[in-house]
Design a protein around this ligand. Structure first.
Ligand code: GLN
Length: 303
């Protein structure tokens, strides 16, 4: 299989795409990103890396960070974690508060914002946000094999300044007894985790720990890896998760920075970045690109 040629074709197709979606506009650091940018990378467990376009450019990983935080929270709490967060698709927007009221402050899953904030709260577990963020960065750097990965403080400050909806979700959960740490501490940690910057090349490598391949860093047990992948498949794209599963057939997690991290179990880590989003807040061309890639390779978890 000629992965390099497949990526070249995808890069060329995406350069021609007339509708690139809309770049997230809630903070200036994301609003100012050129919608013309596109990058994609595929990391194989034997160390080979294939890429196209702006694959080395760093972008804000945003909600992709929720996958790494979930791994940390499960590491801290084990299956007890699921008493605080559900594992069902929400069918609602990523930042919706609707279901929280009906469901007693227990968010549907760890990838919608409410669930991710509860997950960060669980991962904090009484530690200072600084310690949690250090641990998160260590996890991501180990997964990616790259010590240069960092948090963009300006993005974190903007998230903090515009985070009233996230604040509402957090206080709502606190009112239902589903926050352990002081709410502002958990939120500070959450806003900073969203501000981690990575390139497609770094993110594709980081996804390898979820492939279960030899040579990939073993950061979680096989059972846990399968469960994280299951959550990504069912909830990783919010109310477009079914569409992503149908079109791509691989677990993936998106972020409003326009990135998507995709896992091809037993095969490869994949990352794509195109800042323009669709109506559900997922990268428009990023989704198109991984769909093209899955078709060209025949990779799917449904075989
Ligand atoms: N979908 C996302 O990437 C959302 C992350 C964003 N920082 C938020 O909390 O709203």
């Amino acid at each position: 299989m000629d992965i390099a040629a497949i990526l070249d074709d995808i890069g060329a197709a995406m350069a021609r795409a007339p509708d690139r979606g809309r770049v997230a506009s809630y903070i200036p650091e994301l609003a100012g990103v050129d919608p013309g940018r596109f990058g994609m990378a595929v990391a194989l467990p034997d160390g080979r890396m294939f890429s196209t376009g702006d694959a080395a450019a760093a972008f804000s990983i945003q909600s992709i960070s929720k996958v790494f935080t979930l791994a940390l929270a499960l590491g801290r709490m084990g299956d007890q974690f699921w008493t605080r967060v559900g594992r069902e698709p929400s069918g609602q927007a990523f930042n919706s508060i609707l279901q929280l009221e009906h469901e007693g402050g227990i968010p549907r899953n760890p990838f919608i914002n409410a669930g991710a904030i509860a997950t960060t709260d669980a991962a904090l577990a009484g530690h200072a946000p600084r310690e949690f963020l250090g641990e998160l960065l260590r996890f991501i750097r180990t997964a990616a094999g790259d010590e240069s990965i960092h948090i963009n403080e300006k993005v974190a400050a903007s998230e903090q300044a515009t985070g009233d909806l996230n604040r509402s979700l957090a206080y709502f959960m606190a009112a239902h007894g589903n926050m352990v740490n002081p709410v502002e501490q958990t939120l500070g940690a959450y806003f900073h985790q969203c501000a981690v910057e990575m390139s497609c090349i770094q993110l594709a490598k980081a996804a390898l720990f979820l492939t279960g391949t030899e040579g990939a860093p073993r950061l979680v047990s096989p059972a846990r890896r399968r469960r994280i992948n299951a959550m990504m498949m069912l909830c990783g794209h919010y109310d477009a998760s079914g569409d992503f599963a149908y079109r791509v057939g691989l677990p993936g997690k998106s972020g409003v920075g326009g990135g998507i991290m995709v896992v091809a179990p037993a095969k490869a880590g994949i990352a794509v970045w195109s800042p323009g989003l669709n109506a559900q807040g997922n990268s428009k061309l990023g989704t198109d690109a991984v769909e093209m890639f899955a078709r060209a390779t025949g990779w799917s978890v449904f075989d």
